[in-house]
Design a protein around this ligand. Structure first.
Ligand code: G4P
Length: 189
């Protein structure tokens, strides 16, 4: 998606050799017009998929998923973090290890909001090692729901998440794939 790539190049900042900060339009301040274009693009890509629900994970995924959902006319369900606390039995849970943060978080979705009749599109902002998406897939499987595809705004192609999911047979569509970060510059695949 050229518009998105242009925004990453013009406004994104590189931290170290593997983190791209896009706080000015995606992760802190949110450019809603851009999110609308992102939502339309996901709709176009998954036009032939029979999707009845979008699933994401808090926090940054929520805004993106909600704007995209308008173009699919479906509800959004987001996995809550911290589901290891006393939240009862009516919840599907999965542990997600974050390489970036070095911690494991338990995520959860209520059994009231996901079930065998659901045909799901996962949407998230970043794909790095893919652990968050693997956690969501775990929950979708527990619920007996069907995963139609995975839509990612920015995939870091030099980290293994996207390709490991593709090699497992999942449909992963990323609007911008960063192939490398070279001397502080983002190179797209
Ligand atoms: P993984 O799920 O793909 O394995 O990613 P990882 O644990 O390494 O990433 C942890 C958090 O950092 C995730 O957000 C992920 O979206 C984000 N992240 C990873 N790489 C980058 C990057 O290069 N730039 C930015 N801006 N974010 C990155 P999170 O902890 O779930 O945070 P949030 O959704 O609450 O904001």
């Amino acid at each position: 998606m050229d518009l998105l790539k242009q925004r990453i190049i013009e406004e994104g900042t590189v931290i170290g050799n593997d983190v791209v900060k896009v706080d000015m339009f995606l992760n802190h301040q949110i450019d809603v017009d851009l999110l609308c274009e992102i939502g339309k693009e996901f709709r176009k890509i998954f036009a032939t998929s029979d999707i009845n629900k979008i699933v994401t994970i808090e926090a940054s995924g929520i805004g993106i998923a909600c704007v995209a959902a308008q173009y699919f006319s479906v509800p959004v369900v987001f996995a809550k973090k911290g589901a290891n606390r006393n939240v009862g039995d009516n919840i599907y849970k999965a542990d997600v290890y974050s390489f970036t943060k070095g911690i494991t978080t338990t995520i959860g979705i209520s059994k009231d909001y996901i079930g065998p009749d659901d045909r799901i599109l996962i949407i998230d902002d970043f794909m790095a090692n893919g652990k968050a998406v693997h956690g969501l897939i775990n929950i979708i499987n527990q619920a007996g729901a069907t995963l139609e595809g995975i839509g990612i705004v920015i995939e870091k192609g030099f980290q293994p998440g996207g390709d490991s999911l593709r090699s497992l047979g999942y449909r992963v569509e990323s609007l911008a794939v960063i192939k490398a970060i070279d001397d502080g510059k983002v190179i797209f695949g």
